[in-house]
Design a protein around this ligand. Structure first.
Ligand SMILES: [Zn+2]
Length: 228
């Protein structure tokens, strides 16, 4: 077994997920899956990249490969290892549209935190893609219906309804065509077919998350995938 981001051979358990976390770079399964997509896409030095809430392992892997790598988050105290990270508030389009256009825009498990119309946010980010660009993201996808709540909630209620104390929405595979699928043309993921079972096994990517949409799935979208 080996982490496909940092080559560590040591993983840590998170809850019921025996190999949930890479012991060295801290990558989750979904972060390791994102690297498979990025590696296949082939990173070019002249690509302009925008990465929200940059995961430590993925950042360290990408940083030496590209010259124009823009990172951004709302809570900069979590990113003292990235000296040039930008402050953004995703409820304020001016705070991120000022960055210009990109060949790759990434955000993993960010949208479920943002009290802003998620369709407008995803479309605004998508409009920042250059021709041939990629918008790559993941969100919580589970259960049998889309749900969102902006009103006051205790930590317990948020955890019960959305899986974490600071989440305000969740997506579902059942109605995904009517939520994110209404914005973008989606193809049901089959990761064994895309990347090969052997490589996914080696990176300890869970076998039950490889077919269909779930919280580890990567939405990997081109400008042409947008319905608007
Ligand atoms: Zn690692």
């Amino acid at each position: 077994m080996i982490c496909n981001i940092c080559q560590s051979t040591e993983f840590k358990r998170i809850g019921t997920r025996e190999f949930g976390l890479c012991a060295r770079c801290g990558s989750y399964e979904r972060t390791r899956l994102m690297q498979f997509y990025l590696e296949r896409h082939k990173i070019r030095r002249d690509m302009r990249v925008l990465h929200f809430a940059p995961e430590r392992g993925l950042y360290q892997w990408l940083k030496p490969q590209i010259d124009d790598y823009v990172t951004a988050d709302f809570d900069l105290e979590r990113y003292t290892h990235i000296p040039d990270i930008n402050f953004v508030d995703l409820t304020d389009p001016d705070s991120y549209e000022r960055f210009g256009t990109f060949d790759l825009i990434m955000h993993a498990h960010v949208i479920e935190h943002i009290p802003y119309n998620y369709s407008a946010l995803l479309l605004r980010l998508h409009k920042m893609l250059r021709p041939g660009g990629i918008h790559a993201f993941s969100v919580p996808v589970y259960g049998s219906f889309y749900s969102e709540h902006w009103g006051p909630m205790s930590d317990e209620e948020a955890t019960q309804r959305f899986g974490q104390f600071d989440h305000i929405r969740r997506f579902s595979p059942i109605d995904l065509e009517r939520t994110i699928g209404a914005l973008f043309r989606l193809q049901d993921p089959d990761l064994n077919a895309e990347f090969g079972a052997e490589r996914l096994d080696e990176a300890r990517f869970p076998t039950d998350k490889r077919v269909g949409w779930n919280g580890d799935s990567v939405f990997w979208l081109t400008p042409e995938d947008c319905r608007f």
